[in-house]
Design a protein around this ligand. Structure first.
Ligand SMILES: *[C@@H]1O[C@H](CO)[C@@H](O)[C@H](O)[C@H]1NC(C)=O
Ligand SMILES: *[C@@H]1O[C@H](CO)[C@@H](O)[C@H](O)[C@H]1NC(C)=O
Ligand SMILES: *[C@@H]1O[C@H](CO)[C@@H](O)[C@H](O)[C@H]1NC(C)=O
Ligand SMILES: *[C@@H]1O[C@H](CO)[C@@H](O)[C@H](O)[C@H]1NC(C)=O
Length: 398
């Protein structure tokens, strides 16, 4: 708590010289959200200045500050918490203390942070995993993975797949007394992207006999082709995650070369040879009517193929799980998707729901009308509500 206060205080000091972002009317705790937003914006601008001066990369600076919000593995009266490694990659394990004779459910959690930030020790994720373990009486594995700007795609998804495969082995499940028939994969934001990607990969992996029962995707980003859907248009300057910041994170997943980000900002990064992929992210046919809200569909303008040749990652299904065709999506496990109204990534989640339902996958959708991106691990009452929705769904379906 003190660490959190300290960070917000430092951010608040710089918080005064900024233009103010309008907060939507239906927001609960508007003042708290506004303070958070103004502080984050001030901090962002300061760190951009530091980057401009050539002192430190933007993401490296944020990560440095965020490390103050990490907590060591700390057991409490209900849950034993330990850090260990799976396949040489660090993971944090949460084991309920309550005695039981039967095997427990297992949740494999992947944190968010725009592929550049975060880790399992970050207090918001630690709290979420701790709660999940306690309330579900489940073993929770919270995995880490390599981050940008030091590492780019596919390092992240490869690391997560390695730790997931390590976990899904008979010997490891036995060690933690996990029921192989009741395992779920979940993640938020970039972690939701990685969760969708590894669950798709797992489904077709002949070498892994133990599959997962459910996947839970919390405001996931699921494609890097079209940044001009209604949710991008409506929330371009939304608190917590603006379109600009999202594109900085997204492009950083593939490269530190800013020319990709520049092309993404104008939605001109797709080469003409990828035109056939647009059908999979065509919001004009995939969004329910109430989310199209009179927006007119505009096909992305094709750009040079040089970018895509240099950084083919953004056209890869492991980075954009929405690019999987119907045959690949068929047979995916029961799915939970949480979307927020005030979120540039809202339409990614909505399109995935349509695509999954079209091929017969069972999907539960929770839409948070007054929700903002990122809050499940940051706080506010609406963040706690998201946690409750997510944990309740797991308790009923896993
Ligand atoms: C442990 O569980 C009990 C019962 O659910 C709860 O009242 C208590 O607050 C929990 N302790 C911690 C540290 O979360
Ligand atoms: C982990 O790292 C050690 C030391 O570098 C190496 O010997 C071992 O083979 C690695 N294990 C796996 C599963 O990669
Ligand atoms: C997108 O869908 C609309 C309506 O279903 C269709 O008219 C349009 O041709 C599609 N565009 C692309 C690029 O797939
Ligand atoms: C779907 O994608 C897979 C893998 O890329 C490919 O083998 C298959 O032919 C595709 N199916 C259809 C119907 O396009």
């Amino acid at each position: 708590m003190r660490r959190k206060m300290l960070l917000f205080l430092i951010m608040g000091v710089f918080g005064t010289w900024y233009q103010y972002t309008p907060i939507p009317e239906n927001t609960e705790q508007p003042w708290a959200l506004m303070c958070m937003e103004e502080s984050l914006k001030a901090l962002t601008n300061l760190l951009l200045l530091i980057e401009l001066l050539g002192i430190s990369h933007f993401m490296t600076s944020i990560n440095f500050l965020m490390r103050f919000l990490d907590i060591p593995p700390t057991s409490d009266e209900n849950v034993t918490v330990v850090d260990t490694t799976f396949h040489n990659i660090s993971v944090r394990v949460y084991l309920p203390k309550q005695k039981t004779k039967t095997l427990r459910r297992g949740v494999f959690f992947i944190h968010g942070g725009g592929f550049s930030l975060g880790n399992s020790a970050y207090y918001g994720y630690d709290l979420l995993s701790r709660r999940t373990a306690h309330r579900l009486d489940a073993v929770v594995i919270s995995t880490n993975y390599r981050l940008a700007p030091k590492h780019h795609f596919p390092a992240h998804v490869e690391d997560v797949y390695k730790t997931l495969r390590w976990f899904l082995r008979q010997a490891v499940l036995q060690k933690y007394a996990v029921d192989p028939k009741r395992i779920g994969v979940s993640g938020d934001s970039a972690g939701g992207n990685l969760a969708a990607a590894v669950v798709q990969q797992l489904q077709h992996d002949q070498d892994v006999k133990i599959k997962v029962k459910v996947q839970a995707l919390i405001y996931p980003g699921l494609q890097a082709l079209d940044f001009d859907s209604p949710s991008y248009r409506e929330n371009a300057n939304c608190p917590i995650l603006s379109r600009w910041l999202l594109l900085r994170f997204c492009s950083e997943y593939f490269t530190t070369d800013r020319s990709l980000e520049k092309a993404m900002l104008t939605n001109k990064h797709i080469p003409v040879h990828a035109a056939h992929l647009l059908q999979f992210v065509n919001w004009s046919s995939l969004l329910p009517e109430r989310f199209r809200k009179g927006h007119i569909y505009k096909k992305p303008t094709f750009g040079s193929s040089a970018l895509a040749n240099k950084y083919p990652g953004f056209l890869d299904v492991r980075a954009s799980p929405l690019l999987a065709n119907d045959t690949q999506l068929r047979g995916l496990p029961k799915t939970y998707v949480l979307t927020c109204e005030h979120d540039v990534l809202r339409d990614d989640g909505l399109m995935y729901i349509t695509r999954l339902r079209n091929v017969g996958v069972l999907v539960t959708h929770d839409h948070i009308e007054d929700g903002f991106h990122g809050l499940i691990s940051i706080g506010l009452k609406v963040g706690a509500r998201m946690q409750d929705h997510y944990i309740k769904w797991l308790s009923e379906n896993l």
